[in-house]
Design a protein around this ligand. Structure first.
Ligand code: UDP
Length: 238
């Protein structure tokens, strides 16, 4: 039986690096499968799930432009990287028996669906996991912004930002033993203190549309499901 949750529809944003596991590059199948399993446990609760996966495990626009490539070209390469990650996640979810759609901001009909808002909403209503790929389709943006944009368009109740740590800290907990985690923090404090939850344009877009951001650890088994069931540690940005 589905467990009680106050969420009907959520956006899960993960970085591309979350897929690379111990390899340091690309997609690590056991890691992709583990994340797919986490998504399945939430899907099993009856929650409608949107996903955006970054591309940093394959290519980042800034890194390309730092090496002399035109920024826009490099950003398109980054967007294409997110399509590869989306297809990898789709395969892992479908192997678990979950129906999915990869929906690209840049049409590539042989590979996945183009983004049509009303069609994506219909997929969600039919409990298909929608993986939004190719970011916003525009250079100079990030997948954090894409996740916030699609979360707004799909009327998600919150955006779940899966990271390596269980929330937002006042300083980097990997470097400082005395770093303190916030239970709750405002969008404006995140921006003013440069806390690196998401990039500034994504946080501002969430703030202006009153979309809560929940920062949690993707490494914690059952963590995603736990938060939806009202347990666990995380930071609420609102
Ligand atoms: N990107 C872009 N427009 C978007 C989303 C992404 O140009 O709307 C490009 C950008 O070059 C970025 C890359 O795709 O560096 C990969 O996305 P991101 O850096 O957000 O991935 P993550 O850090 O989450 O893995």
């Amino acid at each position: 039986a589905p467990h009680a949750t106050k969420y009907k529809r959520v956006m899960l944003k993960i970085s591309g690096e979350a897929l690379m596991g111990p390899q340091g590059f690309g997609l690590h199948p056991p890691t992709v499968q583990r994340i797919a399993q986490e998504v399945k446990t939430v899907h099993d609760m009856g929650v409608e799930i949107c996903m955006v996966i970054g591309g940093g495990n394959i290519f980042r626009g800034l890194q390309g432009s730092a090496q002399g490539m035109e920024r826009t070209t490099a950003d398109y390469m980054g967007m294409l990287a997110t399509v590869m990650n989306a297809l990898g996640m789709q395969a892992a979810l479908e192997a678990l028996g979950i129906h999915t759609r990869v929906i690209s901001a840049i049409p590539m009909d042989q590979v996945c669906e183009p983004y049509i808002r009303r069609r994506a909403v219909r997929h969600l209503e039919k409990k298909r996991v929608c993986i939004f790929a190719a970011g916003t389709g525009n250079p100079y943006f990030t997948t954090d912004t894409a996740a916030t944009l699609r979360a707004n368009e799909m009327s998600c109740e919150a955006i779940f930002k899966g990271t390596k740590v269980d929330g937002v800290y006042d300083k980097d907990p990997a470097k400082h033993d005395d770093a303190v985690r916030y239970d709750e923090i405002s969008y404006d404090d995140c921006l003013a203190q440069h806390l690196g939850v998401m990039d500034a344009s994504a946080i501002a877009l969430a703030r202006d549309n009153k979309l809560p951001i929940i920062v949690f650890s993707l490494d914690e088994p059952g963590g995603f499901r736990g938060i939806l069931a009202g347990e666990g540690t995380y930071t609420l940005v609102n």
